[in-house]
Design a protein. Structure first.
Lengths: 446, 214
């Protein structure tokens, strides 16, 4: 029994071995892949060996694909640009995150607190200085107003005096003919009226009246000259003070100086000494500023006095040409370039610590402050009611992205009392329609 | 004027009453309509649309001109440019032009109707330098592909004649309308050659383009 079973198993095993031996050898997986690759390569090379139809179709294919190629190139260029923008954004985000992490550090937080306290102290000192400045300004304005009133009354009295002695009113002798002794021989009016002394018909009373008429004008011109002298001395002192720190800090480069000058016009940091500069005397610079402000107010008062002065009559000596042109035509320094909607623009008057070219006070310029050049930008000031932070950001975003607004000086939105003052500068030669459109858009954003 | 080609001067036809005429260049699209009391123009630059109201006569023509910026231009390169002493860089930059609508009566001088300030042309002013325009641009080593946008291609060569490496933050250019030419369906400016002497850029004489302004 066991032998038969053993034989059967041996026969079965032999048959199985014979069947397995007759099967084909299975190739390895790598060989199969290589064979497929070889076949694919042959299939790819085969059309390349057929030169006939391809060479004839290639120009047509190229022509048909040319627009697609251009479109693809454009897409590639835009993709590169987008990649660059994305990279820049990612870098900026990284910097912001680093800054955020750094600000969360304890030491940084302490430094931030210290800086905040320092900033608060500086703001308080600035507020005190501003208050003191306003007090001085009100004092000076009151004194100047009183002086101007007295001078106006005096000039009115003087105006009444020649009116009583006028030839037409008194029925005196007619005006002398040219060359007859009443004027210069060439017929031109004598600017100094020296020829009245040679008039045989001139009585001593008329000579005295004419002399009295000339005295206040001499006094006024003398006052203007004294003002000019005072302003010159002040400017020289300011120039000396401006030169001294630059000598004491020779390592400061020119761009830093210019940047500090431009920053100083922002107003908030007007009196702050710069880090690289030697500090100014504590009682020096603000006092000079107050004197400058007083001189500016004095110049305005004199200008107003000259505008309210009586116009010369036919018997009065003619005005010098400079004064006549200053009164007859608007001044070229004019504040026509500065669009003022609410109040006087004192950006170039008081807050500018170092005027670029301060013109000495004289008959031409009633103000001592440096007037903006004709190429100065046009500023627009809008006073709006208080607005929320979102509206403020919207206004700033509009002004910063509008190409009609200058990037520098940058637009500002400052809270003044309970209102908000929006200040921005316009590009040159902007039409009034464009300006109005821009202002309305800003109002709509508020 | 197609959307990918740009020309210095393109007429804008005055439509009949109730009709409209259209002009497209780059991403800008202008639609002029005649309505009962006058004309309206809708100008879209792809991001913002503005509407204008005009009153035109019948004895003139309306033209869209692309003009060079009048103020001194400073091109701020998007890539870092560094030139060693004695070396030079040649390439192209693109500067934005100012689309201007002009009205010209028969035989008269053109009058500016609307100036559309370019969005990527920022203007600044300071006491030292006065006004200046800032325009960012990539530095191209080949002639830029035309896009139809109102920009001029400026061939530029900068030579560093100083003893230090030059890496400018901005490149000064001064363009004029007479320097602009139509070439390769784009607007090309006369080549500019600048030389850096260590303290400032010096404008050198550059060859002029042979093409004439069309």
């Amino acid at each position: 029994m066991n032998r038969r079973a053993l034989h059967r198993r041996l026969i079965t095993g032999t048959l199985v071995l014979a069947l397995v031996a007759c099967d084909e050898p299975r190739p390895a997986l790598g060989d199969e892949t290589a064979a497929e690759l070889r076949a694919l390569r042959l299939a790819l090379q085969q059309p390349a060996t057929r030169p006939g139809p391809v060479t004839t179709e290639r120009p047509a294919i190229d022509a048909a694909m040319a627009p697609l190629r251009e479109a693809l190139l454009g897409l590639l260029a835009s993709q590169r640009q987008l990649e660059q923008q994305q990279l820049a954004l990612a870098q900026e985000m990284q910097r912001w995150s680093q800054l955020l992490i750094a600000s969360s550090n304890d030491q940084r937080a302490e430094e931030g607190k210290a800086l905040a306290a320092r900033l608060q102290a500086l703001e308080q000192s600035l507020t005190a200085q501003d208050e003191r400045h306003r007090q001085v300004e009100s004092l000076m304005t009151g004194a100047l107003d009183r002086t101007a009133d007295r001078l106006e009354a005096f000039l009115k009295q003087l105006q009444a005096l020649p009116a009583a002695n006028a030839p037409g009113a008194a029925g005196a002798a007619p005006a002398p003919a040219p060359g007859s002794g009443g004027g210069p021989p060439d017929g031109r009016p004598d600017p100094d009226h020296t020829s009245t002394r040679s008039d045989p018909e001139a009585t001593p009373a008329r000579v005295d009246a004419a002399t009295a008429m000339r005295r206040p004008w001499r006094w006024a011109w003398g006052a203007l000259g004294a003002l000019g002298l005072l302003a010159g001395v002040l400017f020289f002192r300011r120039w000396q003070r401006a030169e001294m720190p630059s000598r004491t800090a020779p390592n400061q480069s020119k761009p830093q100086v210019q940047a500090s000058r431009s920053n100083r016009t922002d107003g908030a940091s007007a009196y702050e000494p710069e880090p690289g500069r030697a500090p100014l005397p504590a009682d020096g610079e603000p006092g000079v500023d107050e004197i400058w402000a007083a001189a500016a107010l004095l110049g305005e008062a004199v200008g107003r006095l000259r505008q309210t002065a009586p116009t010369p009559g036919p018997s009065e000596p003619p005005e010098p040409p400079l004064a006549a042109s200053a009164e007859g035509s608007p001044p070229t320094t004019a504040p026509a370039d500065v669009v003022e909607l609410d109040a006087l623009d004192d950006l170039f008057v008081i807050e500018d610590e170092e005027p670029v070219a301060p013109s000495p006070p004289g008959p031409r310029s009633p103000s001592v402050a440096p007037a903006p050049t004709p190429s100065a930008p046009q500023f627009v000031r809008l006073r709006m009611p208080a607005m929320g932070e979102r509206s403020r950001q919207a206004v700033l975003s509009r002004l910063q992205s509008d190409p009609r607004v200058l990037r520098q000086p940058a637009p500002k939105v400052v809270a003044v009392g309970g209102d908000v003052e929006i200040t921005f500068a316009l590009v040159p030669r902007l039409s009034p329609g464009e300006r109005g459109h821009l202002e309305q858009a800003v109002r709509d954003d508020c | 004027m197609s959307s990918t080609s740009v020309s210095l001067c393109a007429p804008l036809r005055l439509p009949e009453r109730g009709g409209s005429s259209r002009l497209q260049f780059g991403s800008n699209d202008l639609v002029l309509e005649q309505v009962r009391g006058g004309f309206t123009l809708l100008w879209s630059d792809g991001r913002e649309a503005r509407r204008y109201a005009f009153g035109f006569g019948e004895d003139g023509e309306l033209t869209l001109e692309l003009r060079a910026p009048e103020l001194p231009l400073w091109v701020t390169p998007r890539e870092l440019l560094a030139i060693v002493p004695g070396a030079r860089w040649s390439g192209y930059v693109q500067v934005p032009l100012v689309p201007t609508l002009t009205w010209r009566r028969d035989g008269g001088l053109p009058q500016t109707v609307v100036v559309v300030h370019a969005r990527d042309l920022a203007t600044e002013w300071d006491e030292a330098q006065g006004y200046r325009c800032l325009a960012p641009s990539a530095l191209y080593v080949r002639f830029p592909m035309r896009s139809g946008e109102p920009r001029a291609v400026v061939p530029l060569r900068i030579t560093n004649r100083s003893q230090e490496v030059l890496s400018p933050a901005a490149i000064p250019l001064r363009l004029a309308d007479a320097d602009l030419h139509e070439l390769r369906e784009a607007i090309v400016c006369s080549p500019r050659r600048l030389s850096w002497n260590g303290s400032n850029f010096v404008v050198m004489e550059a060859p002029t383009l042979a093409t004439s302004r069309t």
